[in-house]
Design a protein around this ligand. Structure first.
Ligand code: HEC
Ligand code: HEC
Length: 192
């Protein structure tokens, strides 16, 4: 009796695991191509300088540690005595300021230490798994992720980074469209 019940549960979970959205080989290829665009943006220094495993944000295209011993701190907002907001405002400084003045956007900070959302340098298949893992992405489902990449002020800053910083090269609308194409196909991941 118990064995039969166990077998049933096992069979059920197997068929559930196999279910997922049914997509054609062509749609999958297109989704993986779209994911390559997503990856290109996520790994760009304007994004990955904050999405790091360590505790010191990175700077510049060279991705060197942030000057002045700036650290993540208990909530991602910097050390209690030196929060990010000491230097970073809600917007980039107006034209006429030094190209090295601190850039700004609302809620300028690193992700908190208990979910660092650190993907810099990850291989594509790991980045792909991590983005959609609700234990590691701030408990976001796909619609919440799409909203985040469409509207979040720190994300949008990547296309208007101020100073002489190079913006993310993929146009924002093309990035969002690629994210949606990938998500609509069930967010498949490239093989390792
Ligand atoms: C100044 C630092 C900073 C920059 C620059 C930045 N982010 Fe983030 N990002 C954060 C913080 C902080 C969070 C967490 C916000 C939260 O959970 O409310 C976050 C969360 C996210 C998330 C949701 C969590 C996850 O793991 O999926 C995504 C997606 C994301 N960022 C993408 C980007 C992209 C794409 C760029 C560049 C275009 C970018 N970020 C640039 C700080 C930054
Ligand atoms: C004491 C002032 C100061 C503090 C505090 C500070 N920053 Fe900065 N930050 C700067 C300056 C100045 C720049 C610009 C440097 C340049 O372009 O030469 C900068 C640049 C950056 C960049 C550059 C991005 C790029 O792509 O090149 C990031 C990311 C960043 N800071 C994140 C943070 C975070 C996150 C915190 C808080 C944990 C923080 N900063 C705290 C002064 C500060």
């Amino acid at each position: 009796m118990r064995a039969a019940a166990l077998f049933l549960i096992a069979a059920l979970s197997l068929s559930l695991a196999a279910c997922g959205p049914r997509i054609s080989a062509e749609q999958k290829a297109q989704a993986l191509q779209s994911f390559a665009t997503v990856e290109q943006v996520f790994q760009h220094p304007r994004c990955s300088n904050c999405h790091i495993p360590g505790d010191q944000p990175l700077q510049f295209d060279s991705q060197t540690p942030h000057m002045m011993n700036v650290v993540r701190g208990p909530e991602g907002k910097g050390a209690p005595g030196q929060p990010c907001s000491t230097c970073h405002g809600e917007a980039n400084p107006p034209a006429g300021y030094s190209a090295h003045a601190p850039p700004g956007a609302p809620h300028w900070q690193l992700p908190p230490p208990d979910h660092k959302m650190a993907w810099i340098g990850l291989p594509a298949h790991e980045l792909c798994a991590m983005i959609q893992d609700r234990k590691r992405n701030g408990d976001r489902d796909m619609p919440a992720l799409i909203k985040h990449v469409s509207e979040d002020k720190l994300v949008l800053w990547g296309w208007n980074p101020g100073g002489n910083r190079v913006p993310v090269p993929v146009p924002h609308d093309r990035f969002v469209a690629a994210f949606k194409t990938w998500a609509d196909a069930g967010a498949p991941c490239p093989s390792p």
